[in-house]
Design a protein around this ligand. Structure first.
Ligand SMILES: CC(=O)N[C@H]1[C@@H](OP(=O)(O)OP(=O)(O)OC[C@H]2O[C@@H](n3ccc(=O)[nH]c3=O)[C@H](O)[C@@H]2O)O[C@H](CO)[C@@H](O)[C@@H]1O
Ligand SMILES: C=C(OP(=O)(O)O)C(=O)O
Length: 429
């Protein structure tokens, strides 16, 4: 298994191009199942999760054309993917394909809405909590689906098509909102989604569906109203920038010191995280087409955060922020409210010398003067990258194993960091 070796201590200076968002690209690719015409997606990142989803879509019979690197383009230029679901041959998404990721499960919505049936394995994804799908099932049942769970599969049917309904989510769910949006777009009549997720990735999906002919209002607010249409058509859509990748590199430079321009991204996608980062001593300015993050000289100030649905502090940046706080001058409190088991990085950060105490959903981080490199193990996607950030700031060598977690969500991670002065390399085995 591959490992990443980092010799820490170098500040980060230069430019990092930000990729298209994994968590936007995945539901957008799934939306291709909603029409027989071609959906062209631009700025799709090169990631293991994208490849896994292409396999799932391929199994349904979706035609795929991936336009790779063209001469003259940098390796980080996103891919263009053309997906055509004109000949869907199978409405089953098998365990072998869906168990590696969370988003694969969401194919249930377009398959059910367009073909009246779907059989989809219960999903996988990062091991950060129990992650049930009861709310996704509730939304589909409200829309008139008959659902049973059989041998690890969700089997969904509808005799006369889906019908518009009122869906009031008792808790904000990104996946639930994606599924409800897709299913309601092809239902008969009007659907109102209350307590909808307001994440930018939900807005991106809604914008793409609107380009495909859907009638959706209110995406980005807690109430989304959808007027179902009989069919959707092809479209061309650019995936929005990855706010989690943006925040990750911002935290990396806040920890190592240096001066980085994050290109092709937008500060409004992660205002809450950037606001907190500014209180820790990083200087953040918006520049044309991106964000400049600097920390020169001064120490890292402690700050408290609580993860929350958008526009709150994202749970997908909690581990990275904790890495930063391990070197703060004082104590910080980090509360995780979205997932019940998202502190797996704590024991690995401790191997580098971090002092962190856990009390239920609260992590109390006592800043130390220095971290020291050590062998550590990646446990999930964002936890893994928190170890990379900590390794960049630690003295000596850090070796990270199980890096396949990183490959699910960070495109060209070593190349992007190495170009900014980091001593980081992948050792293949
Ligand atoms: C591929 C993708 O986009 N993944 C993101 C998505 O995951 P995902 O869509 O799985 O996360 P949700 O927003 O649905 O989960 C939020 C909370 O609701 C709970 N819940 C969810 C569904 C359900 O049926 N029942 C239920 O109880 C979950 O266990 C969790 O505690 O949003 C999360 C929250 O921002 C991010 O961390 C993930 O990176
Ligand atoms: C938790 C994540 O992914 P998934 O929902 O696919 O597990 C993530 O992107 O941080």
């Amino acid at each position: 298994m591959d490992r990443i070796h980092i010799t820490g201590g170098a500040p980060l200076n230069g430019t990092i191009p930000i990729s298209g968002a994994k968590n936007a690209a995945l539901p957008l690719m799934i939306a291709s199942l909603m029409t027989g015409e071609t959906l062209e997606l631009i700025n799709v990142p090169r990631l293991a999760d994208i490849t896994s989803l292409l396999r799932i879509l391929g199994n349904h019979g979706v035609d795929q054309m991936v336009v790779g690197k063209r001469p003259g383009q940098s390796t980080e230029a996103g891919q263009t993917i053309r997906l055509t679901a004109s000949n869907v041959i199978d409405t089953t998404a098998p365990y072998e394909l869906v168990s590696t990721m969370r988003a694969g499960f969401w194919v249930v919505a377009p398959l059910l809405a367009r073909f009246g049936e779907a059989k989809v394995s219960l999903p996988g994804g990062c091991a950060i909590g129990t992650r049930p799908v009861d709310l996704l099932i509730m939304a589909l049942e409200k829309l008139g689906a008959e659902i049973e769970i059989d041998a690890g599969y969700v089997v969904a049917k509808t005799k006369n098509g889906l019908r518009g309904a009122e869906i009031d989510f008792p808790k904000v769910t990104v996946g639930g909102t994606h599924v409800a949006l897709m299913a309601a777009s092809l239902a008969h009549g009007t659907t109102v989604i209350d307590n909808a997720a307001r994440e930018p990735e939900v807005v991106d999906l809604a914008e793409c569906l609107i380009r495909m002919g859907a009638r959706i209002e209110g995406a980005g607010t807690s109430r989304i109203v959808i007027e179902g249409v009989a069919r959707l058509h092809g479209a061309r859509h650019e995936v929005l920038p990855d706010r989690i990748e943006t925040g990750t590199y911002a935290m990396a430079v806040a920890m190592t010191g240096g001066d980085i321009v994050l290109e092709n991204t937008r500060a409004d996608l992660l205002s809450s995280a950037l606001d907190v980062l500014a209180t820790t001593g990083a200087e953040i300015t918006q520049v044309k087409g991106g964000i400049r993050v600097r920390r020169n000289g001064g120490g890292i100030h402690p700050a408290d955060i609580t993860t929350d649905p958008f526009p709150g502090f994202p749970t997908d940046l909690q581990a990275q922020f904790m890495a930063l706080m391990t070197l703060a001058k004082g104590q910080s409190n980090i509360r995780e409210t979205i997932f019940e088991n998202r502190f797996m990085h704590v024991q690995e950060l401790a191997r580098l010398g971090a002092k962190i105490r856990l009390d239920g959903d609260l992590a109390i981080v006592e800043g130390v003067d220095r971290l020291k490199g050590a062998p550590v193990m990646a446990t999930d996607l964002r936890a893994s990258v928190s170890l990379v950030i900590a390794g960049l700031a630690a003295e000596g060598e850090t070796q990270i194993s199980r890096v396949y977690h990183l490959d699910r969500g960070f495109e060209s991670l070593e190349a992007k960091l190495a170009r900014c002065g980091a001593d980081i390399r992948r050792v293949r085995s």
